[in-house]
Structures are given as C-alpha cells and as structure tokens.
Design a protein around this ligand. Structure first.
Ligand SMILES: Cc1ncc(COP(=O)(O)O)c(C=O)c1O
Length: 344
C-alpha cells in the first residue's frame, strides 16, 4: 500500500494555483537579474506597505537561509543566540546556524515551544564576562514547532525584556501567517508593533513553491545582509520567480485565505481526534498542526497507512499537519482508520 503523506508536513502539499500562475506569468520575455527587475521592486513595495516604508526586505530561496543569514548579519562569532530547544534552528538546521554565524546556540527547554523572560533570565549571567559567549539575539518561532502561538502580551513582554537586556529579537516566521490568523491580527501587529527586530517571513509552507523574505525593521542592522546573502549562495539571479510568488501571495489576501483554511482543518482534525477516548491532544492547537498522543500499538498500525512524524518515539506523540489544500475527507479517513485499528 502506498503511504498517504498528506499529514506529514505542510511542505508535502503542492503549490497554490494562483502562485503557479504568477510563476508562469513572470516567465515572459527578458528581465534584469539579481533583484533589479520590476516584479521584485513591486513585491518589495507591497511588503513595505504591510510593514512600513522604512524596513529592508530581501528574498532568499528557503527558510533555513532566511534564519541563518538574518542572524549572521547581526552577530559576531563571540555572540550567542538564544532559542527554544524545539526550535527549527536548533533541531533541523544541521548546525548551519553555528557554522555560518560562529555563534553558540543557547537552547532552553520549554513545555510548549515558547520562550518567556523568566526562562531566558538565568542564561544571561555571562553577559559582559569576557570568558563567556555574549548573548545577542533571542530567536523565537511563530507559530512554534509545537503548533502553539505566542499571543500579543507574550510577544510584548518578551521583546521588551530582550531590549532591556540589549538583545535583538528574531522571529522564524515559517508559519507567521498561521499565527496572524489564529490571533486575528495583521502581520505588522504581531511583529514590528511588538518590537521584533528581524523576521524570516515564510511562504513555502503556505502555498508557495519556494521563497522566503527576510525583513529588517531597523535598516541600520541590515547593512551587511546583501553581502552575506551573496557569500551564502542565496542571491538568486532570476529573483523575479520568487517575488512573483509574493505578489500573488498578497493579491486578494491569498496568504490569509490559505492560512485560515489550514488552521481550520487543524481544528477539525483536533475535534475529530478528541472524540476518540484513547487519543490525547498534547499541545494547544493554535496554528495548522495537531500533536496527539496515540498509544503505541495503534500508532504503529496507523503508520502503516499514513506517513507522519513522531518526534519523541518514547512519548508516542504524532505530529499531524494541515495545509492550504488538506482535504476534509482525508481527515475523516485518517480518523476512521484509527477508530478501526482501535476496534480490532
Ligand atoms: C519553523 C521552521 N523554520 C524554518 C524551516 C526551514 O525551511 P526550509 O526547509 O525551507 O529551509 C522550517 C521547515 O520545515 C520550519 O518548520
């Protein structure tokens, strides 16, 4: 039987038709390279309309580059970057942040993927001590890798704590759109307005083929980014194919529609799973993913039909992800399959 991979990741879904059309439309004749083209200029203008005319915006191919190049630009090799233990930066970037920034990652355990001032405080004792790595940035993920979302109050407190301690705040926003929809806020309200300094603004997980934007809310700290992007092999010559996707993303609020649908499907999945007494939802569902405890014997059987990640095999917690094109019938099929496995 071929495995159904629909719930494995939002990376498993394809490209939204409007995005695909934008790519095809951009493939029209000649255009200046390396971001000097009109499509890219237009796309940067649109992002500036969202976040403010005084921000700096740069496109890269993928999320890992957005994170690492954003962080590289604002750090020295004697600095440290603080993040949650579950951060993509820590778990799934293959020491890329350490290699390219030279910084130490200071990882903090959390219950729900969210950093808080009181969790960070004990890790700042070495500030000013020449024998120790100097904390420079707090990197948070919004929505988090555990499907939770920082609310405005948490963001405000975290950013003001960071700034009081001379730390910058970076947001890995691979799923920022899902967070904005969950919080019913616009993208600026949950980033710039709460004090975020650097944003990795993701598109791939929300219907794009590839492409992310790095947004610096203070131009002064962005000045070396373009050089690091070139050295980091992320300056794409045919940039118009990334920027065209962002243009389509903003047209008729496609970013919001896609994220809203993905979040809605995750709520539906959670509600259906809640009806099965053997299953426990282990994290709040505040974006497009559901973490569910499924007893080992049922989990193993379910994995014979469905591919999904179980990050902690001991805890038997499955991560089930929805996207802009998750089918409701597929959710019903997954839940019914699990019911039948339990019944047997
Ligand atoms: C939270 C988060 N950040 C960053 C990334 C990196 O994205 P990419 O695989 O495009 O480099 C991912 C990818 O899964 C992610 O989930």
């Amino acid at each position: 039987m071929t495995l159904n991979v629909e719930f494995g990741s939002d990376n498993h879904s394809g490209v939204h038709p409007n995005i695909m059309k934008a790519i095809v439309d951009a493939n029209n004749g000649y255009s200046i390279s390396y971001g000097e083209d009109e499509i890219t200029k237009n796309s940067i203008k649109k992002i500036k309309e969202l976040f403010g005319s005084d921000v700096d915006v740069f496109f890269v191919y993928n999320g890992i580059a957005a994170n690492i190049l954003g962080l590289k630009t604002v750090t020295n090799s004697f600095n440290s970057i603080i993040c949650a233990d579950t951060a993509h930066l820590n778990v799934h970037e293959c020491c890329g942040p350490e290699k390219f920034t030279g910084c130490k990652l200071v990882i903090i355990p959390t219950k729900d993927g969210k950093l808080k001032p009181e969790l960070i405080k004990p890790y700042l004792i070495g500030t000013g001590d020449i024998h120790m790595a100097q904390p420079k940035v707090v990197s948070i993920t919004q929505s988090t890798e555990l499907g939770t979302t920082y609310n405005l109050d948490e963001l405000n407190k975290l950013c003001s704590f960071a700034h009081k301690n001379n730390l910058l705040v970076h947001v890995d926003g691979a799923r920022l759109c899902n967070a904005a929809i969950f919080l019913k806020k616009d993208l600026k309200e949950i980033t710039r307005d709460v004090g975020v300094d650097i944003l990795s603004f993701g598109g791939t997980k929300n219907g794009m083929m590839y492409g992310e934007a790095v947004v610096f809310f203070d131009k002064k700290i962005a000045k070396d980014f373009e050089f690091y992007r070139k050295q980091g092999m992320q300056l794409t010559s045919k940039m118009r194919f990334i920027s065209a996707q962002f243009n389509a993303f903003f047209e008729y609020n496609l970013w919001a529609k896609n994220a809203e649908y993905a979040n809605k499907m995750a709520q539906y999945l959670k509600n259906e799973l809640c009806k099965i007494t053997e299953v426990k939802i282990v994290q709040k569902v505040e974006a497009n993913m559901v973490y569910a405890y499924i007893p080992r014997k049922y989990l193993q059987k379910l994995r014979e039909k469905y591919f999904f990640h179980v990050f902690d095999e001991n805890a038997c917690e499955a991560r089930l992800m929805c996207s802009f094109n998750t089918k409701k019938e597929s959710i019903d099929d997954l839940v019914n399959s699990l019911r039948n496995i339990i019944k047997k």
